[in-house]
Ligand binder design. Structure first.
Ligand code: ACO
Length: 334
């Protein structure tokens, strides 16, 4: 580590995303569980979601998103020093980031997974920034990717209508001007039971007196109303804290980029913060809740459509299982 580099600025210089080809509409879902397009779209704003087929791996989706982000940052995979993969749905419980590294041919990069559910991308952005500010790594790829279709109970209409699969990525680099202006991260494990995907051990006796727990993960369980209340109350708090740290106010915000869980949560947070609807980024009608992927996927779309422009101030917040929640304030580009 080069100590004199401590204090260097951060820039987000590339974005990319990848989504599975298969799309499932609300009408399609109503053939699987007792629901309707009217119920889902009026309560959540979701109309479609993308689903990974069995042969589609998290690693492949992640690598596709990363490749696009690396290209827009005008780098090659060989330039990458660190790959951070925020996911809760790995291909391999030992970690999927190394598979992404191999898929990219980014042989110089250190790669590891980070798990913070739907807050994973925001937690990852702060983690990546620490490595860059310390001078340890220069060119970092941060990926948020999830295939929750693997873990949803497809007979539970309270949860299966909400989620979709996808991946998004950014490149973060040192920069003379600091574009990562503030952050605030929080966790509360006492409320873990409101939303989890927990391991369910079954006792297996190896020898008399020596029993281990073997089993699998239970599908997602969620108390929707508690999660809704938590998001609407806690997300504005961390956004205000992150803005305070950045020495900015709501008036300075060009875009509110929230985890795409539910349009009603996006609207309620926007209203509480008095951010006009046209500044609130939303693409969940197309993709549903893609967990750690939702923020970078939406950012990539907005950047590619030319809506988010270089220098725009974005306040981004993730929230979800853990419970975890957090916000970052950053400006796109160098
Ligand atoms: N279709 C039709 N009816 C349904 C469906 C469905 N898909 N799901 C639930 N219902 C029914 C319920 O059975 C209930 O019927 P009842 O009154 O006869 O018992 C009725 O609709 C109302 O159910 P509620 O659960 O009270 O519905 P609510 O208005 O709270 O909306 C929702 C549910 C959309 C899940 C909402 O609570 C919500 O958005 N919560 C936040 C969830 C969220 O964003 N989670 C992701 C967090 S991020 C992460 O980390 C994964």
């Amino acid at each position: 580590m080069v100590l004199e580099q401590v204090g260097i600025g951060i820039a987000v210089t590339g974005t990319g995303s990848a989504i599975p080809a298969v799309s499932l509409s609300n009408d399609g879902l109503s053939q699987i569980v007792e629901t309707s397009d009217e119920w889902i779209s009026s309560r959540t704003g979701i109309r479609h979601r993308r689903l990974a087929v069995p042969a589609e791996s998290l690693a492949k989706l992640s690598a596709e998103a990363a490749k696009a982000a690396i290209a827009t940052a005008h780098l090659t995979p060989m330039d990458i020093d660190l790959i951070l993969l925020a996911t809760s749905t790995p291909d391999d419980l030992f970690g999927t980031a190394c598979l992404v590294q191999a898929e990219l041919g980014a042989t110089k990069a250190v790669a590891f997974d980070l798990t913070a559910a739907c807050s994973g991308f925001v937690f990852g952005m702060v983690t990546a920034a620490q490595f860059i500010r310390a001078g340890a790594y220069q060119n970092v790829v941060l990926i948020g990717a999830d295939v929750l279709s693997r873990w949803v109970d497809w007979s539970d209409r309270r949860t299966c209508v909400l989620f979709g699969d996808g991946a998004g990525a950014v490149v973060m680099q040192p920069n003379e001007r600091d574009r990562l202006l503030g952050f605030e991260l929080r966790s509360d494990g006492t409320q873990n039971h409101f939303l989890n995907l927990a391991f369910q051990p079954r006792p297996k006796e190896l020898l008399r007196g020596t029993t281990v727990g073997q089993g699998t993960f239970h599908p997602i369980t969620m108390n929707g109303q508690e999660v809704y209340r938590f998001a609407v109350r806690r997300v504005p708090e961390v956004i205000e804290k992150a803005l305070f740290r950045a020495n900015l106010t709501i008036a300075d915000v060009d875009w509110l980029l929230l985890h795409q869980a539910n349009q009603r949560i996006l609207d309620a947070v926007g209203d509480r913060l008095k951010i006009p609807a046209e500044k609130v980024i939303s693409n969940l009608a197309k993709y549903g809740n893609t967990s750690a992927a939702s923020i970078p996927l939406a950012l990539d779309e907005e950047v590619r459509q030319g809506k988010v422009k270089a220098g725009d101030t974005i306040v981004s917040a993730g929230f979800g299982a853990g419970l975890t929640w957090g916000a970052t304030v950053f400006q796109w580009g160098r």
